[in-house]
Design a binder for this molecule. Sequence first.
Ligand code: KIV
Length: 254
Amino acid sequence: MKTAGEKIAQLTSYDFTTAGIIDRAGIDSILVGDSASNVMAGNETTLPITIDEMIVYARGVARACKHCLVVCDMPFGSYQVSREEAVRNAIRIMKETGVDAVKLEGGTEMADTIRAIVAAGVPVEGHLGLTPQSIHKFGGYGLRAKEETEARQLLADAHALDQAGCFAITLEKVPAKLAAQVTSEVKAATIGIGAGPDTDGQVLVYADALGMTQGFKPKFLRHFADMAQCMTQGVQSYIDAVKTGNFPNAEESY
Ligand code: KIV
């Protein structure tokens, strides 16, 4: 798609039912992101989610998807300790879920690990810029690589991931101009979130994009639906129908 100049649309999903809707709507790729830690479990960060939890979410998504490419995040702690453990965990995710690829965060320091996972037959999407698993190192969720030194490092990291064999690279919260430069220089498809319009594709957390998340509206986010309002109305109609004795009616009874 990068070669053809066709933009890539990716959304997250973490369950069978939602993934089925997103897949049937025609999405190119679903990311079973470790944002499941926030969206599904209500944690403040992505750090607590375990590989066992990711496998449960990813299995449901993979089962639902008939068309799109499914990528599963490797959670914090599942690939940083050693290359062997990273390869073992990547293989475990592939074997136990049915996804098509894994994603992990980090730059040059992860290149050898990525090379080893790819050599084992597992496609890898990289992730640069704001990497939420390192949030305690950064100290916040602000824009990354706005200074020259960090921008130069990010460019070097993108080349390292490209050469290590990543088929795609997520670019999170980096200046649009830098994301455009990375996109033009690497073979991998760049998937932006808060990285401007010139990446090869875009990704959003589905609950944010569809207006389900309360009180979260960063500059890069657009609401493509108001699901919170739609669901609230549906729930209120149900409550009303139960309380008034309107539900179930004769046709809905045996
Ligand atoms: O976990 C996630 O949802 C992600 C996207 C925000 C890129 O990594």
